[in-house]
Design a protein around this ligand. Structure first.
Ligand code: CTP
Ligand code: MG
Length: 410
């Protein structure tokens, strides 16, 4: 059993709003982004952060049990993916208040005594990356200041009177569009909340009003707040994009007939030349194993097949060997954002006796693809065209991996 150390940081996740502007018929945190809710998605990066913090969930009164279930599932998902240990034991759930400020105050009362740094985060910014939580905690610890993430304002900003008359243009270089998580020393936030008189739109404003310094750091485009139906659509699009498979498999086969007895060709099979063995027909070297591998890789990447990549009238293909085929295939995959995970190919042939050169073939093909290639061979007990010795067949499967996820693939 792993023992989680007592946390010295807490993240208050405010999720008690009703989501009037979204108008989805349910409290915003409980609206679905895919099979999971906004709240579930907001917890995933928090549980996946390097720093294990107490997580105080502030939810609409009556939905505490639902929030517990969401949190338990999100923590288990992060643990199953190996991103962090199961952090559910660090979760507290409390009921929120009528305003965001009242909800934060309710969360603050549930923060454990061991905690020195408190972050306040909107559940509605559910796609905020893990890295921001770690960065904000570290910056509060390093500087002692309040820390808020934000992005530069890209639009031109003008003052407009209630009458609709446009006034001056505000210098946008001095503006920051502020996000959450906002980080504070716990004693500073406690004191600021204890002495707060008015309503503030964010916690940094409240802390600044109490006379404490606030520093800005870089926010993230994905930390936007889901406020309107258009924001919800954007969040759904990002989530579905992330869900696209990071790996794909493909299959390929090839068959070549033996050349006439006494042909000038030599046999090329699995990237090796086999002097003295009966050659295969073909425009290129007729290497069925390599051709099957190319088709498996192209099909995995949905990039067509060998005939589309190497036309029969392509002069580069005439007499070409494995290096030409596999190097070009590897390149078109790379151009499409894929690297080869591994390849397995099986040859069906009566001759040659493959086993003596199996390791040599594997090494040559692996070198060309930059990934493990395993090769096996079988006879077919005298059956079929390979059994009758009319030709050779090969079947290959390939696994390809998104280049951006290569680190997940040792
Ligand atoms: N929030 C809260 N308690 C409230 C009001 C808001 O915990 N009484 C939380 C929301 O759940 C949200 C965050 O504060 O995660 C930011 O608020 P906002 O985007 O305004 O959410 P809602 O108040 O739910 O939306 P709306 O203003 O459109 O009703
Ligand atoms: Mg609101």
């Amino acid at each position: 059993m792993t023992v989680t150390p007592v946390p010295d940081a807490a993240i208050i996740v405010v999720a008690a709003g009703s989501g009037m502007r979204l108008g989805a018929g349910a409290p915003k945190a409980f609206v679905g982004l895919d099979a999971h809710t906004v709240l579930w998605h907001s917890l995933l990066p928090i549980f996946g952060a390097r720093r294990a913090a107490q997580v105080v969930l502030v939810v609409p009164p009556g939905l505490e049990g639902n929030a517990q279930t969401e949190a338990m599932d999100a923590a288990a998902t992060v643990a199953r993916r190996g991103e962090a240990s199961d952090r559910f034991e660090l979760v507290s759930v409390v009921a929120g208040g009528a305003t965001r400020q009242a909800s934060v105050a309710a969360g603050l009362r549930a923060v454990w005594p061991s905690v020195a740094t408190v972050l306040v985060h909107d559940a509605a910014r559910s796609l905020t990356p893990s890295e921001m939580f770690d960065r904000v905690i570290e910056e509060v610890e390093r500087t002692g200041s309040a820390v808020i993430p934000g992005l530069p304002v890209v639009d031109t900003v003008k003052r407009v009177a209630a009458s609709g008359a446009v006034g001056d243009t505000v210098d946008r270089d001095t503006l920051l569009a502020v996000q959450t998580p906002q980080g504070f020393r716990r004693d500073v936030l406690d004191a600021a909340y204890a002495s707060a008189t008015g309503e503030f739109t964010d916690d940094a404003a409240l802390v600044a009003a109490a006379g404490h310094p606030v520093r800005a750091l870089d926010g993230h485009a994905h930390a936007f707040k889901i406020t309107t139906p258009a924001d919800l659509e954007r969040a759904k699009t990002i989530v579905s994009g992330k869900a696209q498979l990071a790996m794909r498999v493909g299959i390929g086969t090839d068959v070549h007939a033996y050349a006439e007895e006494g042909s000038a060709r030599t046999l090329w099979l699995a990237g090796l030349e086999w002097p003295g063995e009966r050659a295969l027909e073909g425009h290129s070297d007729g290497d069925v194993a390599v051709h099957a591998i190319v088709d498996a890789l192209l099909s995995a990447a949905d990039l067509g097949d060998i005939g589309g990549l190497f036309g029969v009238d392509d002069p580069a293909v005439e007499g070409a060997h494995a290096d030409v085929f596999l190097t070009r295939t590897r390149q078109v995959l790379a151009d499409a954002g894929w690297v080869v995970g591994n390849v397995s190919v099986q040859i069906q042939a009566r001759r040659p006796r493959f086993s003596v050169r199996r390791l040599e073939a594997q090494a040559a093909l692996s070198e060309l693809l930059g990934a493990p290639v395993t090769v096996s061979a079988t006879t077919t007990d005298g059956l079929g065209f390979t059994g009758r010795g009319e030709g050779i067949a090969a079947m290959a499967t390939a696994l390809i991996v998104r280049a951006s996820d290569r680190s997940a693939f040792p």
